[in-house]
Design a protein around this ligand. Structure first.
Ligand SMILES: [Zn+2]
Length: 422
C-alpha cells in the first residue's frame, strides 16, 4: 500500500475547524473542555473507521492498540493538546498520522508486532507549567507528588482537581510507568513540526531529528548600588544592568564559539528575561535579574558553555564593581535518538524527496525525549513556514506536509519490517 497523506490532511483540517476559533487559533488546552471534545472526536474516528476502543493509563494518556503476531510492540505517539491560541499542527500532526498508520496496518492484516498509538496527556504544560507530564509518567521520570501536586492555574484551580475532573487522580499517575512497561515497546516513532525556521531556510520539507538538546537554565542576580543618574559619576557607579548586558553579549559569543558547521554541533544561548531595579529613567540600576538558557546536543559542550558563562558573569561583575549570584532553574541532559531507527527515517526521506535527508537537532523538548530514555526512539520533523509555533499563524505548506507524512509512514513500514525479524 503506497503511503498517502490525503486522509491525514483532511482529518487535520476537520480538527482545526472543530477546535479553533477564527481569531484565536487552536484551543485544545489539556484537561479543559475543548481538549475533551478533541479526544472524543479522535476516539470516534478510531471506533467508526477501525472498530478500535481506547484505554487510559494512570496519567491520562490515551492508548489505541492493534495486536500483532509476536511479543513486543511499536509505539507511535504525539499530543492532541495545544497551547491557548496555538497552531493547527503542533502535536496533532503526529497523532493523526498515527491514525493513518493504524489504517495501513489494518489493511495489511495482522502486524508482526503490536502497534500502539498514544495521545500523550498534557504535553504542553500550558495551563499549569509542567510540560511532558504524561510521557514523563510513562517513562518513570515524573514524581507527581513532588512536581504536580502544588501546581495552580491563573484562576486558582489546582492541577490535581483539574485532573480529577477528567477521571485522572494524581495518586494513580505512578501506575503509568508499569502500564508502559507491560507494552514491551521496542521502538517509538513520532512525527512533529519543526517549530523553527531551519528547514524553511534550507528549502527542505522534512528532516530526521538527531535528538533533543540538553538544557541549562539559570537565573542570575547582579547586585550593585542604585544611584541618581545625574549625581553619580560613571567611574563611581556600581551599575548592575551594565554587568548583565556584558554577560548577555558574552553569552552570544559563547554560543557562536561553540556552534560548529554541522547540525549536530549547533548550540544556542538566550537571555530571555531582564528585570532592572529600581526601573525608572533617572536611576542607575542597583539590581538586575537576567535569565540564561543554554542548549546543546552534546553534553560535554553544554558543560563547557555553562562554565564559560559562569566565568563571563564573574568578569562582568568585577568590571562593574557588582556581585553576582546564580540560581539554577532547569537541567535537562541531551537525549540522542536511536541510530538504527534514524537510518530508517533517513532512507524513507530519501525515497520520498529523491534527495539527501537533512538532519536537525531539536531545540524544543518533545514526548520523544522522554521516550528516548526507555526505548529506542526516532523523530521526523516537518518544515514549519513561517518558522514559528505556539501561535495561530503556525503552518506547514501542503507539499511539505505531504512529504513529511509519507516519509513518516514509510519509516514506520521499515521499522515494522525490522521488528518482524528482531
Ligand atoms: Zn508539540
Amino acid at each position: 500500500m503506497k503511503p498517502d497523506s490525503r486522509r491525514v490532511i483532511a482529518d487535520l483540517k476537520e480538527l482545526k475547524a472543530l477546535t479553533s476559533d477564527e481569531h484565536g487559533g487552536a484551543q485544545r488546552v489539556a484537561w479543559g473542555p475543548v481538549w475533551r471534545k478533541t479526544r472524543a472526536w479522535f476516539e470516534g474516528k478510531l471506533k467508526s473507521e477501525l472498530g478500535l476502543g481506547t484505554e487510559r493509563d494512570g496519567a491520562g494518556n490515551l492508548w489505541a492498540s492493534m495486536p500483532g503476531q509476536r511479543r513486543g510492540s511499536l509505539v507511535i505517539g504525539s499530543h492532541l493538546d495545544s497551547v491557548p491560541s496555538g497552531g493547527w499542527l503542533d502535536g496533532c500532526l503526529g497523532v493523526i498520522a498515527g491514525l493513518e498508520v493504524l489504517r495501513r496496518v489494518k489493511a495489511n492484516g495482522t502486524p508482526p508486532v503490536t502497534v500502539h498509538l498514544v495521545d500523550w496527556a498534557d504535553e504542553e504544560g500550558a495551563r499549569f507549567g509542567r510540560s511532558l507530564a504524561g510521557s514523563a509518567a510513562s517513562a518513570g521520570t515524573l514524581d507527581a507528588q513532588k512536581e504536580l501536586a502544588h501546581l495552580v492555574d491563573r484562576n486558582g484551580v489546582k492541577l490535581p482537581d483539574a485532573m480529577r475532573e477528567n477521571g485522572v487522580p494524581l495518586e494513580g499517575m505512578a501506575t503509568a510507568a508499569a502500564y508502559f512497561k507491560r507494552l514491551q515497546a521496542r521502538a517509538y516513532l513520532e512525527l512533529h513540526i519543526e517549530q523553527g525556521p531551519v528547514l524553511e531556510s534550507m528549502k527542505k520539507p522534512v528532516a530526521v531529528v538527531l535528538g533533543t538538546m540538553g538544557v541549562e537554565r539559570h537565573t542570575l542576580r547582579f547586585i550593585g548600588q542604585a544611584a541618581h543618574s545625574g549625581a553619580a559619576p560613571i567611574h563611581l557607579r556600581r551599575d548592575a544592568f551594565l554587568a548583565a548586558a556584558e554577560f548577555a553579549l558574552a553569552c552570544r559569543d559563547i554560543s557562536v564559539k561553540h556552534s560548529g558547521k554541522t547540525p549536530r554541533s549547533r548550540v544556542v544561548a538566550t537571555c530571555g528575561v531582564v528585570k532592572v531595579e529600581p526601573n525608572f529613567v533617572t536611576a542607575v540600576p542597583g539590581t538586575t535579574d537576567i535569565s540564561i538558557d543554554l542548549r546543546a546536543l552534546d553534553g560535554k559542550v553544554l558543560g563547557k558553555m555553562l562554565a564559560e558563562a559562569k566565568a563571563a558573569s564573574l568578569k562582568a561583575a568585577k568590571r562593574n564593581q557588582v556581585k553576582v549570584e546564580w540560581q539554577p532553574l532547569l537541567h535537562i541532559t541531551p537525549r540522542l535518538f536511536d541510530e538504527t531507527l534514524m537510518g530508517f527515517v533517513r532512507d524513507a526521506i530519501k525515497q520520498v524527496t529523491k534527495g539527501p535527508a537533512p538532519e536537525l537537532p531539536s531545540g524544543p523538548l518533545h514526548d520523544a525525549a522522554e521516550m528516548a530514555a526507555v526505548v529506542p526512539t526516532a523523530m521526523v520533523f516537518a518544515q514549519s513556514s513561517p518558522g514559528v509555533s505556539h501561535t495561530r499563524i503556525e503552518d506547514t505548506p501542503l507539499p511539505a506536509l505531504d512529504a513529511s507524512i509519507r516519509a513518516f509512514l514509510l519509516a514506520v513500514d521499515r521499522t515494522l519490517a525490522h521488528l518482524a525479524h528482531g
